[in-house]
Design a protein around this ligand. Sequence first.
Ligand SMILES: [Zn+2]
Length: 511
Amino acid sequence: MTDSTIRPIVIFDTTLRDGEQSPGASMNLTEKMEVAQALVELGVDVIEAGFPIASPGDFEAVREIAKSVRGSVVCGLARCRDADIDRAWEAVRCAEQARIHVFLATSAIHREHKLRMDKDEIIRRAVAGVRRAVGYCSDVEFSPEDAVRTETDFLCQVVEAAIDAGATTVNIPDTVGYATPTQMHQVIHMLRQRVPNIDRAVISVHCHNDLGMAVANALAAVQCGAGQVECTINGIGERAGNSSLEEIVMALRTRKDFYRADTRIVSQRLVPTSRLVASVTGIDVQRNKAIVGRNAFAHEAGIHQDGILKEPTTYEIMRPADVGLTKIDLVLGKHSGRAALADRARTLGYRLDAEQLQTVFEQFKILADKKKEVYDGDIASLIEQQIVAVSELWVLDSYSVKTGTQTTPEVQLSLRRGDEVLSTQMTCGDGPIDAIFLAIEDITGIKVQCNDFRVHSVTVGKDAQGEVTVQLKHEGRLFRGRGISTDSVEASAKAFLNAINRIAAVTDDSE
Ligand SMILES: [Zn+2]
């Protein structure tokens, strides 16, 4: 049943553009495609797939997403420059529904220090940019960058000119995370009062979380009439991130009585999508994160537990199932079939094609032989290794380490590259894992600095698999790697090699 007094809000997801700009979060093409597909299933209205002129890799990702996505608008970002806009159109033109998003900074600080342009020049460029985009595509969004710190009169002028030039959405970004909810409310209210043609465009907001107010600011804008919210899964993004999609969506849905607005997001897909994005970006979700954190629905206090058992609504304002949290950690074993695995994969948020399912199923059988009970966490790791698999230039062949207290480890390690096997033998390192890392560097010739190294168990029990994640720095860029094994030294070697392969893949591209 639809209630005509409930306003539909457009969800514009920028996980693949702003989110990908989070330090260390860069995704490869396969990972981006996987996330884009998950966003479609989540019911996102617009997917900002990237910034096509930024790099050939960005361009290719946007184009591939545009080709494959059905049911959501695919958007490419561009500065107000001809070359940017042409490139963005080239990337999104084969989309079922395409959008070009052009932006130009308008605040005094940006005008004077970054662009060195006066107000008239800004308006001229904004209008020219929007017109060029409109020449290609009827769905055009314009953003005055740093809008919240722009003089109000000038902001009104720019917005009016952009709409006159054909922009169908005007996005008001709080680029630096400076706004407060009341201020955001005032800005949107002012635009609605003072811009004469404002009814011809959808008002959007894009809020950063530098002061922890991104979600509150976006909701204040919605309350005042904004019709689109830009956000990301898990709130990832530049610096402290963006407003988080899951919080916006559940705030509107849970408090529909107050906001009188809702989205078409399939909320049951929130937790699976969050899990996928955390795994491909390597940015974990904090435990106490609203909606998707591990503790979001965990009631610890005895009085609360008692209340929940008597009547869930005593302490629960949302049902865990509504956000896709499956309470039952279903256990599979070696007699479980392919259909059970496929079903579990889908519940956990993954889409596998027939070939991927076959590979994961084979690995699942091997694991089920080693381990009696296979948990959701195990299955998720097996799948993630498949979907985030980078082209593996180097493969671990074998290793052995001799180590002990007060001795320098002796390591022997072999890697395969195509048909070749390369080996090294070294006495080095501060322990077995360090020794293995040094041996891998020695063979591959790729020198790195290890910024982060973490080990955690995927599930419970003594035979649980260990997952190692590393973050390596190579020529100023960060690369992630993960490895899983029931042996933590082997998991470490695999994680390190996974990051090395990512570095090798990038270096190959540029050559
Ligand atoms: Zn941003």
